[in-house]
Ligand binder design. Structure first.
Ligand SMILES: N[C@@H](CCC(=O)N[C@@H](CS)C(=O)NCC(=O)O)C(=O)O
Length: 338
Protein backbone atom coordinates (compact mmCIF):
# COMPACT_ATOMS: atom_id res chain seq x y z
CA UNK A 1 0.00 0.00 0.00
CA UNK A 2 1.22 3.51 -0.61
CA UNK A 3 1.02 6.22 1.98
CA UNK A 4 -2.76 5.96 1.93
CA UNK A 5 -4.46 8.29 4.35
CA UNK A 6 -1.32 8.73 6.35
CA UNK A 7 -2.47 6.52 9.15
CA UNK A 8 -1.29 3.36 7.46
CA UNK A 9 2.26 4.58 7.93
CA UNK A 10 1.87 4.48 11.71
CA UNK A 11 2.64 1.55 13.92
CA UNK A 12 6.15 1.48 12.52
CA UNK A 13 8.81 4.08 12.84
CA UNK A 14 10.06 4.41 9.31
CA UNK A 15 7.79 5.03 6.37
CA UNK A 16 8.19 2.49 3.58
CA UNK A 17 6.75 2.98 0.13
CA UNK A 18 5.37 -0.18 -1.38
CA UNK A 19 6.05 -1.16 -4.95
CA UNK A 20 3.52 -0.34 -7.61
CA UNK A 21 1.30 -3.29 -8.28
CA UNK A 22 0.23 -3.25 -11.91
CA UNK A 23 3.17 -2.86 -14.22
CA UNK A 24 1.79 -3.64 -17.68
CA UNK A 25 3.32 -1.31 -20.21
CA UNK A 26 1.62 0.49 -23.06
CA UNK A 27 4.15 0.24 -25.85
CA UNK A 28 4.61 1.14 -29.50
CA UNK A 29 4.80 -2.55 -30.46
CA UNK A 30 2.08 -3.65 -28.02
CA UNK A 31 4.24 -6.43 -26.54
CA UNK A 32 2.20 -6.49 -23.31
CA UNK A 33 -1.00 -6.60 -25.34
CA UNK A 34 -1.43 -2.86 -24.85
CA UNK A 35 -0.40 -0.97 -27.98
CA UNK A 36 -0.18 2.80 -27.97
CA UNK A 37 -3.37 4.03 -29.56
CA UNK A 38 -5.00 7.47 -29.64
CA UNK A 39 -8.17 7.66 -27.56
CA UNK A 40 -7.93 4.18 -26.08
CA UNK A 41 -6.56 5.02 -22.65
CA UNK A 42 -7.40 7.48 -19.91
CA UNK A 43 -4.95 8.91 -17.45
CA UNK A 44 -6.41 9.29 -13.97
CA UNK A 45 -4.49 11.73 -11.83
CA UNK A 46 -4.73 13.82 -8.73
CA UNK A 47 -3.27 17.29 -9.09
CA UNK A 48 -2.30 16.97 -5.44
CA UNK A 49 -0.05 13.98 -5.97
CA UNK A 50 3.60 14.52 -6.92
CA UNK A 51 3.86 11.12 -8.64
CA UNK A 52 0.76 11.74 -10.72
CA UNK A 53 1.88 15.27 -11.47
CA UNK A 54 4.92 13.96 -13.32
CA UNK A 55 2.49 12.47 -15.82
CA UNK A 56 0.47 15.69 -16.03
CA UNK A 57 3.62 17.63 -16.96
CA UNK A 58 4.88 15.02 -19.43
CA UNK A 59 1.50 14.79 -21.14
CA UNK A 60 1.45 18.57 -21.65
CA UNK A 61 5.07 18.90 -22.77
CA UNK A 62 4.64 16.06 -25.27
CA UNK A 63 1.27 17.30 -26.52
CA UNK A 64 -0.55 14.08 -25.70
CA UNK A 65 -3.75 15.75 -24.49
CA UNK A 66 -5.86 14.60 -27.43
CA UNK A 67 -4.39 11.10 -27.57
CA UNK A 68 -4.52 10.37 -23.83
CA UNK A 69 -7.54 11.88 -22.10
CA UNK A 70 -7.41 12.99 -18.48
CA UNK A 71 -9.62 12.40 -15.48
CA UNK A 72 -8.84 14.43 -12.36
CA UNK A 73 -9.92 13.11 -8.99
CA UNK A 74 -11.03 15.03 -5.92
CA UNK A 75 -7.91 15.90 -3.92
CA UNK A 76 -9.52 14.54 -0.77
CA UNK A 77 -10.15 10.80 -0.72
CA UNK A 78 -12.82 9.15 1.36
CA UNK A 79 -12.68 5.66 2.83
CA UNK A 80 -13.07 4.20 -0.67
CA UNK A 81 -10.09 6.27 -1.84
CA UNK A 82 -9.95 8.46 -4.95
CA UNK A 83 -13.32 9.66 -6.23
CA UNK A 84 -14.69 11.61 -9.17
CA UNK A 85 -16.66 14.15 -7.17
CA UNK A 86 -15.33 17.02 -9.30
CA UNK A 87 -17.31 15.69 -12.28
CA UNK A 88 -21.05 16.08 -12.93
CA UNK A 89 -23.02 13.48 -10.90
CA UNK A 90 -19.75 12.44 -9.30
CA UNK A 91 -18.86 10.16 -12.21
CA UNK A 92 -15.91 10.20 -14.55
CA UNK A 93 -17.56 11.24 -17.84
CA UNK A 94 -15.60 8.74 -19.94
CA UNK A 95 -15.34 5.71 -17.66
CA UNK A 96 -18.70 6.25 -15.95
CA UNK A 97 -17.29 5.27 -12.57
CA UNK A 98 -17.53 7.07 -9.22
CA UNK A 99 -14.39 5.66 -7.64
CA UNK A 100 -11.04 4.83 -9.19
CA UNK A 101 -11.22 1.57 -7.22
CA UNK A 102 -13.85 0.40 -9.73
CA UNK A 103 -11.19 0.31 -12.45
CA UNK A 104 -8.86 -1.56 -10.10
CA UNK A 105 -11.64 -4.03 -9.26
CA UNK A 106 -12.38 -4.52 -12.95
CA UNK A 107 -8.75 -5.48 -13.39
CA UNK A 108 -8.47 -7.67 -10.29
CA UNK A 109 -11.34 -7.91 -7.83
CA UNK A 110 -10.41 -6.97 -4.27
CA UNK A 111 -6.72 -6.87 -4.92
CA UNK A 112 -4.89 -6.00 -1.74
CA UNK A 113 -2.44 -3.42 -3.06
CA UNK A 114 -4.35 -0.20 -2.45
CA UNK A 115 -5.66 2.28 -5.00
CA UNK A 116 -3.17 4.86 -6.18
CA UNK A 117 -2.65 7.56 -8.77
CA UNK A 118 -1.36 7.99 -11.39
CA UNK A 119 -3.32 5.23 -13.10
CA UNK A 120 -3.93 4.53 -16.77
CA UNK A 121 -7.21 2.82 -17.57
CA UNK A 122 -8.16 1.03 -20.79
CA UNK A 123 -11.34 2.84 -21.82
CA UNK A 124 -13.12 0.03 -23.77
CA UNK A 125 -12.79 -2.51 -20.94
CA UNK A 126 -12.72 -0.07 -18.02
CA UNK A 127 -9.77 -1.99 -16.58
CA UNK A 128 -6.70 -0.51 -14.96
CA UNK A 129 -3.61 -1.06 -17.11
CA UNK A 130 -0.84 0.41 -14.99
CA UNK A 131 -0.20 2.38 -11.82
CA UNK A 132 3.55 2.10 -12.22
CA UNK A 133 4.40 5.75 -11.64
CA UNK A 134 8.14 5.24 -12.22
CA UNK A 135 7.78 3.70 -15.68
CA UNK A 136 4.67 5.51 -16.82
CA UNK A 137 6.28 8.83 -17.76
CA UNK A 138 9.31 7.19 -19.35
CA UNK A 139 6.90 5.33 -21.61
CA UNK A 140 5.03 8.52 -22.48
CA UNK A 141 8.40 9.96 -23.56
CA UNK A 142 9.66 6.98 -25.53
CA UNK A 143 6.83 4.60 -26.49
CA UNK A 144 4.17 7.21 -27.32
CA UNK A 145 6.42 9.06 -29.78
CA UNK A 146 4.14 8.47 -32.78
CA UNK A 147 1.44 10.50 -31.03
CA UNK A 148 3.65 13.34 -29.74
CA UNK A 149 2.90 16.83 -31.02
CA UNK A 150 5.17 18.38 -33.58
CA UNK A 151 8.02 20.08 -31.74
CA UNK A 152 7.71 17.85 -28.65
CA UNK A 153 10.94 17.78 -26.62
CA UNK A 154 12.92 14.58 -26.09
CA UNK A 155 12.49 14.13 -22.36
CA UNK A 156 14.58 10.95 -22.13
CA UNK A 157 17.26 11.25 -24.82
CA UNK A 158 19.01 7.95 -25.52
CA UNK A 159 22.50 9.42 -25.17
CA UNK A 160 21.82 10.88 -21.71
CA UNK A 161 19.84 8.08 -20.07
CA UNK A 162 22.60 6.81 -17.78
CA UNK A 163 23.15 10.28 -16.38
CA UNK A 164 19.43 11.00 -16.13
CA UNK A 165 18.82 7.68 -14.34
CA UNK A 166 21.63 8.37 -11.90
CA UNK A 167 20.40 11.87 -11.06
CA UNK A 168 16.81 10.65 -10.76
CA UNK A 169 17.77 7.82 -8.42
CA UNK A 170 19.24 10.29 -5.92
CA UNK A 171 16.31 12.66 -6.34
CA UNK A 172 13.86 9.82 -5.76
CA UNK A 173 15.55 8.46 -2.66
CA UNK A 174 16.41 11.69 -0.86
CA UNK A 175 13.96 14.23 -2.22
CA UNK A 176 10.78 12.80 -3.82
CA UNK A 177 10.46 10.04 -1.25
CA UNK A 178 12.69 11.67 1.39
CA UNK A 179 10.03 14.24 2.23
CA UNK A 180 7.51 11.43 2.77
CA UNK A 181 9.93 9.53 4.99
CA UNK A 182 10.41 12.69 7.05
CA UNK A 183 6.70 13.49 7.15
CA UNK A 184 5.50 10.02 8.07
CA UNK A 185 8.30 9.11 10.48
CA UNK A 186 7.05 8.22 13.92
CA UNK A 187 10.47 8.14 15.54
CA UNK A 188 12.71 11.16 16.16
CA UNK A 189 15.81 9.48 14.77
CA UNK A 190 14.06 8.36 11.59
CA UNK A 191 12.62 11.82 11.05
CA UNK A 192 15.97 13.52 11.58
CA UNK A 193 17.77 11.17 9.19
CA UNK A 194 15.18 11.66 6.47
CA UNK A 195 14.98 15.42 6.93
CA UNK A 196 18.78 15.78 6.90
CA UNK A 197 18.89 13.65 3.77
CA UNK A 198 16.36 15.89 2.03
CA UNK A 199 18.38 19.04 2.67
CA UNK A 200 21.75 17.44 2.00
CA UNK A 201 20.56 16.33 -1.44
CA UNK A 202 18.87 19.66 -2.14
CA UNK A 203 22.13 21.48 -1.35
CA UNK A 204 23.99 19.24 -3.80
CA UNK A 205 21.33 19.80 -6.45
CA UNK A 206 21.53 23.53 -5.81
CA UNK A 207 25.28 23.40 -6.45
CA UNK A 208 24.72 21.43 -9.63
CA UNK A 209 22.15 23.93 -10.85
CA UNK A 210 24.12 27.06 -9.94
CA UNK A 211 25.70 27.36 -13.37
CA UNK A 212 23.50 25.16 -15.54
CA UNK A 213 19.88 25.75 -16.38
CA UNK A 214 18.76 22.11 -16.32
CA UNK A 215 19.86 19.01 -14.47
CA UNK A 216 21.19 16.97 -17.40
CA UNK A 217 22.32 18.23 -20.79
CA UNK A 218 21.11 21.69 -21.74
CA UNK A 219 17.40 20.97 -22.12
CA UNK A 220 14.45 19.88 -19.97
CA UNK A 221 14.46 16.15 -19.26
CA UNK A 222 12.51 13.72 -17.12
CA UNK A 223 14.97 14.52 -14.29
CA UNK A 224 13.78 18.14 -14.18
CA UNK A 225 10.15 17.03 -14.13
CA UNK A 226 10.80 14.77 -11.14
CA UNK A 227 12.62 17.44 -9.16
CA UNK A 228 10.02 20.08 -10.04
CA UNK A 229 7.07 18.10 -8.71
CA UNK A 230 8.63 18.01 -5.24
CA UNK A 231 9.97 21.59 -5.30
CA UNK A 232 6.63 23.07 -6.28
CA UNK A 233 5.05 21.46 -3.19
CA UNK A 234 7.91 22.32 -0.88
CA UNK A 235 6.81 25.47 0.92
CA UNK A 236 3.09 24.71 0.59
CA UNK A 237 3.16 21.31 2.29
CA UNK A 238 6.56 19.71 2.88
CA UNK A 239 7.99 22.60 4.90
CA UNK A 240 5.14 22.70 7.42
CA UNK A 241 3.10 19.51 7.22
CA UNK A 242 6.08 17.17 6.63
CA UNK A 243 8.43 19.18 8.90
CA UNK A 244 11.12 19.63 6.23
CA UNK A 245 11.79 23.06 7.60
CA UNK A 246 15.50 23.70 7.68
CA UNK A 247 14.86 26.33 5.04
CA UNK A 248 12.10 27.27 2.65
CA UNK A 249 12.47 26.90 -1.09
CA UNK A 250 12.08 30.69 -1.36
CA UNK A 251 15.19 31.04 0.81
CA UNK A 252 17.43 29.05 -1.53
CA UNK A 253 18.34 31.41 -4.36
CA UNK A 254 19.37 28.78 -6.90
CA UNK A 255 16.60 26.24 -6.37
CA UNK A 256 13.93 28.92 -6.04
CA UNK A 257 14.97 30.47 -9.36
CA UNK A 258 15.19 27.00 -10.97
CA UNK A 259 11.70 26.09 -9.72
CA UNK A 260 10.24 29.41 -10.91
CA UNK A 261 11.88 28.98 -14.30
CA UNK A 262 10.13 25.63 -14.73
CA UNK A 263 6.86 26.83 -13.19
CA UNK A 264 6.73 29.62 -15.77
CA UNK A 265 7.51 27.22 -18.63
CA UNK A 266 4.35 26.12 -20.47
CA UNK A 267 3.51 22.56 -19.42
CA UNK A 268 4.76 22.87 -15.84
CA UNK A 269 2.97 25.58 -13.82
CA UNK A 270 -0.20 25.25 -15.85
CA UNK A 271 -0.68 21.74 -14.40
CA UNK A 272 -0.23 22.80 -10.76
CA UNK A 273 -3.20 23.36 -8.46
CA UNK A 274 -1.95 24.65 -5.10
CA UNK A 275 -5.46 24.41 -3.68
CA UNK A 276 -5.62 20.68 -4.44
CA UNK A 277 -2.11 20.20 -3.05
CA UNK A 278 -2.82 21.91 0.25
CA UNK A 279 -6.25 20.38 0.83
CA UNK A 280 -5.00 16.87 0.06
CA UNK A 281 -2.03 16.87 2.40
CA UNK A 282 -3.54 18.80 5.29
CA UNK A 283 -6.99 17.18 5.21
CA UNK A 284 -6.14 13.59 4.32
CA UNK A 285 -3.16 12.89 6.57
CA UNK A 286 -5.15 13.12 9.77
CA UNK A 287 -2.46 11.24 11.67
CA UNK A 288 -0.17 14.23 11.16
CA UNK A 289 -2.76 17.02 11.14
CA UNK A 290 -5.71 15.84 13.26
CA UNK A 291 -7.71 19.09 12.98
CA UNK A 292 -7.61 18.99 9.18
CA UNK A 293 -7.05 22.74 9.16
CA UNK A 294 -5.54 23.94 5.90
CA UNK A 295 -3.14 26.86 6.40
CA UNK A 296 -3.78 30.07 4.47
CA UNK A 297 -0.16 30.54 3.40
CA UNK A 298 2.28 30.61 1.85
CA UNK A 299 1.93 33.63 -0.41
CA UNK A 300 2.18 32.28 -3.96
CA UNK A 301 2.83 35.56 -5.76
CA UNK A 302 6.58 34.92 -5.96
CA UNK A 303 6.09 32.05 -8.42
CA UNK A 304 5.46 34.57 -11.17
CA UNK A 305 8.48 36.82 -10.54
CA UNK A 306 11.43 36.96 -12.97
CA UNK A 307 13.95 34.14 -12.45
CA UNK A 308 16.79 35.36 -14.71
CA UNK A 309 17.85 31.78 -15.47
CA UNK A 310 17.97 32.57 -19.20
CA UNK A 311 21.42 34.01 -18.43
CA UNK A 312 22.70 30.46 -17.99
CA UNK A 313 21.90 29.62 -21.61
CA UNK A 314 20.35 26.23 -22.20
CA UNK A 315 17.63 25.39 -24.67
CA UNK A 316 14.61 24.34 -22.61
CA UNK A 317 12.94 22.50 -25.50
CA UNK A 318 16.10 21.47 -27.37
CA UNK A 319 15.28 21.44 -31.07
CA UNK A 320 11.57 21.51 -30.23
CA UNK A 321 9.10 24.17 -29.11
CA UNK A 322 6.98 24.89 -26.04
CA UNK A 323 3.49 23.38 -25.92
CA UNK A 324 0.49 25.50 -26.89
CA UNK A 325 -2.18 26.75 -24.52
CA UNK A 326 -3.93 24.54 -21.99
CA UNK A 327 -7.26 23.08 -23.08
CA UNK A 328 -10.09 25.12 -21.67
CA UNK A 329 -11.49 22.15 -19.73
CA UNK A 330 -8.12 21.55 -18.06
CA UNK A 331 -7.42 25.07 -16.85
CA UNK A 332 -6.51 25.44 -13.19
CA UNK A 333 -9.22 27.33 -11.26
CA UNK A 334 -8.22 30.71 -9.84
CA UNK A 335 -8.03 29.42 -6.25
CA UNK A 336 -5.26 27.00 -7.24
CA UNK A 337 -3.02 29.58 -8.89
CA UNK A 338 -0.76 32.39 -7.66
N1 LIG B 1 1.80 3.92 -6.87
C1 LIG B 1 2.83 4.31 -5.98
C2 LIG B 1 3.02 5.82 -5.85
C3 LIG B 1 1.86 6.71 -6.12
C4 LIG B 1 1.27 7.20 -4.85
O1 LIG B 1 1.76 6.94 -3.76
N2 LIG B 1 0.19 7.96 -4.99
C5 LIG B 1 -0.54 8.37 -3.83
C6 LIG B 1 -0.96 9.81 -3.90
S1 LIG B 1 0.37 10.96 -3.80
C7 LIG B 1 -1.79 7.54 -3.72
O2 LIG B 1 -2.55 7.42 -4.65
N3 LIG B 1 -1.99 6.96 -2.53
C8 LIG B 1 -3.14 6.18 -2.28
C9 LIG B 1 -4.10 6.92 -1.43
O3 LIG B 1 -3.72 8.01 -0.94
O4 LIG B 1 -5.24 6.45 -1.23
C10 LIG B 1 2.69 3.59 -4.69
O5 LIG B 1 1.85 2.71 -4.60
O6 LIG B 1 3.47 3.86 -3.78
Amino acid sequence: MSEGNGNSAYGRKAFKRSRSHFTDRITADGRDGRPVEAGRYRLIASRACPWASRALVSRRLLGLEDALSLGVVDPVQDDRSWRFTLDPDGRDPVLGIRYLSEAYDARQPEYPGGVSVPAIVDVPSGKLVTNDYQQLTLDLATEWKALHRQGAPDLYPAGLRDEIDEVMADIYEDVNNGVYRAGFATGQKEYEAACAGVFHRLELLGQRLADRRHLVGDSITEADIRLFTTLVRFDAVYHGHFKCNRWKLTEHPVLWAYARDLYQTPGFGDTVDFDHIKRHYYQVHTGINPTGIVPLGPDLAGWLTPHHRERLGGRPFGDGTPPGPVREDEEIPAQGRP
